[in-house]
Design a protein around this ligand. Structure first.
Ligand code: ZN
Length: 115
């Protein structure tokens, strides 16, 4: 099932959501309107936060495991460790959130539909 822009009614894809890099809203390629999604994004906020917590926890663990071999990572910010070592998990998680938003989202715009 495809989602459609509430303004110009052109279909958009998961990639459009993914490219936006922020949840809740993206810009329609067809009419340049900002399209919003709130309901599903809010529901997904809780698993998303849990997922972020898990990434931080795993990153702390990885830092502890690797410190004896790579002492210089002690000064790395935790986000950097997450990106370097957990990128596939991060990518998978982000992808899943985008897929779920796309599948279940109710998209709307503040602009009035052009008749
Ligand atoms: Zn549009």
């Amino acid at each position: 099932m495809s989602q459609f822009c509430p303004i110009c009614e052109k279909p958009f894809t998961e990639e459009d959501l993914y490219d936006a890099k922020i949840p809740f809203s993206f810009k329609c390629r067809g009419c340049q309107s900002r399209v919003y999604e709130v309901k599903t994004s809010l529901l997904l906020l809780i698993p998303a936060l849990g997922f972020a917590g898990l990434l931080i926890f795993l990153s702390e663990q990885i830092r502890e495991w690797l410190l004896p071999i790579l002492p210089f990572i002690e000064n790395w910010p935790i986000a950097l460790i997450a990106i370097v070592f957990l990128f596939p998990i991060y990518y998978f998680g982000e992808n899943t959130l985008v897929k779920l938003t796309y599948k279940h989202g109710k998209f709307f715009s503040r602009k009035k539909r052009v008749a």
